[in-house]
Ligand binder design. Sequence first.
Ligand code: 5BU
Length: 361
Amino acid sequence: ATLTQTFAERAEKATHPLTRYLFRLMELKQSNLCLSADVTTARGLLAIADKVGPYIVVLKTHYDLISGWDYNPQTGTGAKLAALARKHGFLIFEDRKFVDIGKTVQMQYTAGTARIIDWAHITNANIDAGKDMVRALAEAAAKWKGRRHCEVKTSVTVGALDEDGTVNGVSPSHVEPLEEQIRPVSPERDADGRKGSIVSITTVTQSFEHAGASGHADDAESVFPGIEEAPADRGLLLLAQMSSKGCLMTREYTQACVEAARDHRDFVMGFVSQEALNSADDDAFIHMTPGCKLPPPGEEDKPIDGDGLGQQYNTPDKLIKGAGTDIVIVGRGILEAADPVSEAERYRKRAWKAYLGRLGK
Ligand code: 5BU
């Protein structure tokens, strides 16, 4: 069923609000292209996102290969990327490939330096460690959603820790602190910041209006005026198959991903895979596929070599029309072109044509 349905029809069937939004975006922009923005600097990332934004529906990142990433939640790289996502109408997909116990992935998703959940609409997970971690990530996303309307109040206070363990000089506590870090600062401090020490207290009382969660009137106007605001949701793609040579993911593993997706329809948007995995009743899920490259213009019949490091490539036609996936993910094919913007447009046209071909149009 999936192969013959339009993205507009699937927008109606999808259970996840972000998937519905994405399918509508695809129809509106006539694009089923994702740029894998594997550049090495934050500045380069923002520049390419702004230039290629009109041609794509998803921007895929690996934040950990980017130098100069600014972690400030309100003015940093994630927030700037989210503003570009609103401007051009695309979703941000951090290709983090979470794999660990549930508690750890929750923390990696929501905390630490990058706070992926704050700026990435979509992330992905490898379920080798067992599917409970999908539930763990889903719970973290639900909690995040509950908090997002709050404003942030961060304050740093220097106070003294009393004998009884209370801190003098704590910042306003009319709202429940999300986090409070009490660090000893005085030279004669006790290493554990125990009673009598001079301490510095950082209180994050509320979470900020999360990047990417809403639109703002002051954003530069989009070239696609019909674009709606993305819903304030977070979604997960399950890493069901990989593009690389000798990939060890078995059929059983891939099938387990399909089952885990069905168990978490409110959080799992679909799959990163090399082919459509849906059965007839599941066309609500979306498939995104890396390992995509076109032969250079004018050399259409030439085979496309891998990169010598295990990556294998297929054309948009083969992936979308042949294998039934929905979105092609292209990195170096676009990034290393002499003119990445016109190359992005070439990929967009090809991928869209492959989709129309699949529909028999
Ligand atoms: P390329 O330059 O188009 O080869 O980049 C492909 C990107 O997709 C790169 O960021 C990989 O980490 C990512 N990728 C992949 O190549 N194959 C996979 O199966 C998955 C991700 Br999952």
